[in-house]
Design a binder for this molecule. Structure first.
Ligand SMILES: [Zn+2]
Length: 206
C-alpha cells in the first residue's frame, strides 16, 4: 500500500474530490493522504475549486429561477393587459351601440307613414298620421321656411329593433300664422312630409 506513488493518487484525487471513485480507491487515497502533505495540499486546493464551481452552479440556477419568475410575471402582466383590452373593447362596443341607438337618427321614408292627413280649422291646421317605427328611439324634426312652408320628418335610430316595428300615432296642430326658423312670424302656406328637396305635400293653403 505504501508503495503507491503520488502520481497515482493525484490521478485519483479529482474523482475523490467529486466523490465518484470506488470505495477501494477512496480508502487508498485516504491512507495515502495521512502521510503525504503534498497530496493533502493538492486535495485542499481541489476542494476549494470544487466549492467555487458548486457556488457558480448555484448562482446559475438562481439566475435561471429568476428568469423563469420574470417570464411568469410578464405572462401574468400580458394576461392582465389582454383582459383590460377586452374590457375596453366591450365598453367601446357598448358605447358605440348606445350612441348609434340614441344619437344617430335617420329619416323614416314616407312609405312608412300611414294615414297622413291634415284637417284645416279656422285658425290652425291639424296633422295626424301613423308612423311605422323600427327602432327603440325616434323623434321628429321640422323646419319652417321664410315662405311659411312647414317641413317635418319622423326619424328613427339607425339601429333597428330586432323585435320588429311599432306603430306610433302622432298628431299636431300648427297655427295659420307660424314662426319661421328665422324667428319671423309668417303665414302658413303649406305642410310637407320630408325635406324641401324631397317631400310629399300634406296640406297647402288655397
Ligand atoms: Zn502523495
Amino acid at each position: 500500500m505504501k508503495t503507491i506513488s503520488c502520481h497515482v493518487i493525484q490521478d485519483l484525487l479529482p474523482l475523490y474530490c467529486d466523490q465518484v471513485c470506488s470505495r477501494e480507491s477512496q480508502a487508498l487515497v485516504e491512507e495515502h493522504l495521512k502521510t503525504c502533505p503534498q497530496c493533502s495540499a493538492l486535495l485542499g486546493k481541489m476542494q476549494i475549486q470544487c466549492r467555487i464551481s458548486g457556488q457558480e452552479e448555484e448562482k446559475h440556477e438562481e439566475i435561471v429561477r429568476d428568469m423563469a419568475a420574470a417570464w411568469k410575471k410578464s405572462q401574468r402582466k400580458s394576461c392582465q393587459k389582454g383582459l383590460l383590452i377586452a374590457l375596453l373593447v366591450c365598453l367601446l362596443l357598448a358605447a358605440g351601440h348606445h350612441f348609434l341607438e340614441n344619437w344617430v337618427l335617420v329619416p323614416i321614408p314616407v312609405q312608412r307613414i300611414l294615414s297622413l292627413r291634415a284637417e284645416e280649422g279656422e285658425s290652425q291646421v291639424e296633422v295626424s298620421y301613423q308612423a311605422q317605427i323600427q327602432s327603440k328611439v325616434s323623434d321628429s324634426t321640422s323646419t319652417v321656411t321664410q315662405e311659411g312652408k312647414y317641413y317635418f320628418t319622423e326619424r328613427e335610430s339607425i339601429l333597428r329593433n330586432k323585435k320588429g316595428g311599432r306603430i306610433s300615432h302622432i298628431s299636431f296642430a300648427l297655427p295659420k300664422e307660424i314662426t319661421a326658423d328665422s324667428g319671423e312670424k309668417v303665414p302658413l302656406t303649406g305642410i310637407y312630409y320630408g325635406t324641401p328637396g324631397d317631400c310629399v305635400a300634406v296640406w297647402e293653403a288655397q
